[in-house]
Ligand binder design. Structure first.
Ligand code: SF4
Ligand code: SF4
Length: 192
């Protein structure tokens, strides 16, 4: 099924630079490139990003985080700086049928809770929940394990409606803790 937002073009002049967050965090299982979640791709470098960036495989070219396609996210939102890997999720696992938006946002918390506590972030979450866009908060499972995901919208609906920032923060913290406590599930890829 097509996803109109996923077809949006990249922010002009924006590229991954030194960031390799998706290259470490995500599972890739294609004939041209395989890697487990939480393990660095063999092409990651410490400070210069992907060492084959201009010739990276199609799977890498076709996947972009929200920072790459949404101008509204400034430089501080680049995933290696913010610790948040925001993306439009493929599939609807964990999303109630009552939500018919084709866009599902996955907020993956990677290495800091800094921006999660910011008003900017809370505003971002509230706006999407107001608009009926499903949001999942997810916590990386570590090498070889899937991220744990928790659906945010229903639990936060009342607090968002009344713009109760304290309530929104509390519900968000509950969801993060639930994702942390969720049992881990191993990821398997072809040949591993
Ligand atoms: S997380 Fe975004 S900015 Fe970072 S490497 Fe992936 S696509 Fe590029
Ligand atoms: S090939 Fe490059 S862009 Fe693709 S996952 Fe590896 S480091 Fe990232």
């Amino acid at each position: 099924m097509s996803n109109p937002i996923m077809k949006e073009s990249l922010v002009p002049g924006r590229n991954c630079g030194a960031c390799t967050m998706c290259c470490i965090d995500l599972t890739i299982d294609t004939p041209e490139l395989k890697k487990l979640s939480g393990k660095e791709c063999e092409h990651c470098t410490d400070n210069e990003g992907c060492n084959i960036y201009s010739n990276r495989p199609t799977v890498c070219r076709d996947w972009n985080c929200l920072w790459m396609i949404k101008d509204a996210f400034g430089e501080e939102w680049r995933p290696d700086r913010s610790g948040l890997l925001l993306n439009f999720m493929v599939g609807r696992d964990g999303i109630p049928d009552s939500y018919n938006s084709q866009d599902v946002i996955d907020i993956r918390i990677i290495h800091t809770y800094g921006l999660v506590k910011s008003l900017k972030f809370l505003d971002f979450v509230c706006n999407f929940i107001d608009g009926g866009v499903p949001i999942l908060i997810s916590i990386s499972g570590g090498p070889g394990y899937a991220a744990s995901k928790v659906f945010l919208n229903d639990g936060m609906a009342d607090a968002v409606k009344s713009r109760d920032i304290e309530g929104v923060t509390k519900e968000l913290q509950k969801a993060i803790q639930a994702a942390i406590d969720h049992p881990k599930k191993r990821v398997e890829i072809g040949g591993e």
